[in-house]
Write a protein that binds this ligand. Structure first.
Ligand SMILES: C[S@@+](CC[C@H](N)C(=O)[O-])C[C@H]1O[C@@H](n2cnc3c(N)ncnc32)[C@H](O)[C@@H]1O
Length: 180
């Protein structure tokens, strides 16, 4: 693959455009990330420079290229029960949360849900820790700026490796093996 350079003035164009369009603020350090993650795209489109790609991006009024760009630059690291400390904290906070509720109703927002591991973990967590789980009215809203990871989240299908650290009990209750 031919490596295309991203000049500072080109990066400045992307930074301004992305901030105005989706509110993401790209620091100077993100120049390397943009160059690295978009080089393949430029080659695929047969474009010779990032300036050409910028023109291509802004002239695509369908928003599809913007969606591609945002997915390419977003970092989607996630896993089930990621960052153990926060689940431990939630476990200790849950009794107070339950006690504060007049109705058995919970509304939860996973604001940058990536491919879904976080919202599904919230559900598994509540199933495990609420003894009367069935009586609760629970809705979990999962959103992400990257449509690519959201498609994965909506499918809710994961490789066996993704559940490796989970207990047998949770796997048996929350997952089913892929039918071949
Ligand atoms: C590092 S992942 C973390 C995923 C999950 N919350 C977890 O902790 O496992 C961060 C996610 O936030 C999303 N994201 C970043 N900025 C966002 C924004 N302004 N609005 C919505 N989602 C955003 C990214 O696309 C990415 O999928």
């Amino acid at each position: 693959m031919h490596e295309i350079e991203l000049r500072p003035e080109e990066f400045a164009l992307f930074r301004k455009y992305i901030y105005e369009k989706v509110g993401i603020s790209l620091s100077d350090q993100k120049s390397t990330l943009v160059k690295g993650r978009l080089n393949k795209r430029l080659n695929h489109l047969g474009l010779k420079s990032f300036r050409d790609y910028y023109d291509y991006l802004v002239s695509d009024l369908s928003g599809e290229e913007l969606s591609f760009f945002v997915s390419a630059i977003s970092t989607n690291v996630t896993s089930f029960f990621r960052e153990g400390a926060q689940w431990k904290w939630l476990e200790s906070y849950l009794p107070a949360l339950v006690a504060s509720k007049r109705e058995k109703k919970l509304r939860i927002w996973s604001a940058g849900c990536s491919s879904g591991e976080e919202p599904y973990t919230i559900l598994m967590f509540l199933q495990h820790h609420l003894s009367d789980f069935e009586k609760w009215d629970i809705k979990i809203l999962a959103t992400d700026i990257s449509s690519k990871v959201l498609t994965h989240a909506m499918q809710g299908a994961y490789e066996p490796k993704a559940v490796e650290g989970l207990s047998k009990e949770i796997i048996a209750r929350s997952f089913e093996a892929k039918k071949t």
